[in-house]
Design a protein around this ligand. Structure first.
Ligand SMILES: C[S@@+](CC[C@H](N)C(=O)[O-])C[C@H]1O[C@@H](n2cnc3c(N)ncnc32)[C@H](O)[C@@H]1O
Length: 215
């Protein structure tokens, strides 16, 4: 994501970085993400867990967690080591390979699957969001909301980091607050909305921790 001067990327968000030449242009396909993982181009990767994630997990009673679009799956490892039940999925084989290498003995927690078809082995109490929603083309946003609503029972939490921006190009595809509410309010109530202090450059100043509770 964030490839200045390519037609599907916003300029500037990786200013100063070197962008490999890519042959794939559709972030709705696993091939797009495979190519970027293979080339080691993962500017969204925080190389650790966000502080807001750790804070939320620390103040929340353990419950089964689903992490869709997990990428390198730092958070899955953190939760597993803390004793939580967790499944992390990604439809990119190369992302899954990177995550499994990172998880070592916990590699089985990561599955290759498309979020929109995946059936988790438990009812998630928390679905964690980071850089997955903004990786999807905007045309898939209502599908995202519908699938989240299907997967969570009333009281279940969709909680994580949401990227706000009004630039039309991506990924990352930012969203404006009114549109996010229009997409989620029907099935979810916003119960936490906090600034984030440790964003990496791609998201700096434009992401917030949000907890949406399934109605
Ligand atoms: C920008 S990366 C973010 C990875 C990770 N969440 C992180 O914060 O580092 C987006 C990820 O979502 C995955 N992805 C996109 N669409 C998906 C889908 N329909 N099902 C599962 N994974 C998907 C991509 O393969 C990619 O690894």
């Amino acid at each position: 994501m964030s490839e200045p001067s390519s037609p599907d990327q916003p300029p500037g968000s990786l200013a100063g970085g070197t962008t490999p030449a890519f042959s794939t242009r559709d972030p709705n396909t696993a091939a797009f993400w495979d190519e970027r993982f293979r080339q080691g181009f993962t500017p969204w990767d925080q190389a650790g867990v966000p502080a807001a994630f750790a804070a939320f997990a620390s103040r929340t009673a353990p419950r089964p967690v689903l992490i869709p679009g997990c990428g390198s799956a730092h958070e899955a490892l953190w939760l597993a080591q803390a004793g939580w039940t967790v499944r992390a999925i990604d439809f990119s084989a190369d992302a899954v390979a990177a995550a499994r290498a990172r998880l070592g003995p916990q590699a089985a927690l990561v599955e290759q699957a498309d979020f929109f078809a995946y059936r988790p082995p438990f009812v998630p109490g928390w679905i964690y969001e980071r850089a997955f929603f903004c990786a999807l083309p905007p045309a898939r946003r209502t599908d995202y909301a519908a699938r989240m609503a299907q997967l969570l029972e009333p009281g279940g939490l969709l909680a994580g980091l949401f990227f706000f921006d009004d630039a039309p190009k991506g990924p990352p595809f930012g969203i404006v607050r009114a549109e996010l509410h229009a997409i989620l309010d029907g099935s979810f109530e916003l119960v936490e909305d906090e600034p984030v202090t440790d964003s990496i450059p791609v998201f700096a100043g434009k992401e917030r921790w949000m907890t949406w509770r399934r109605r």
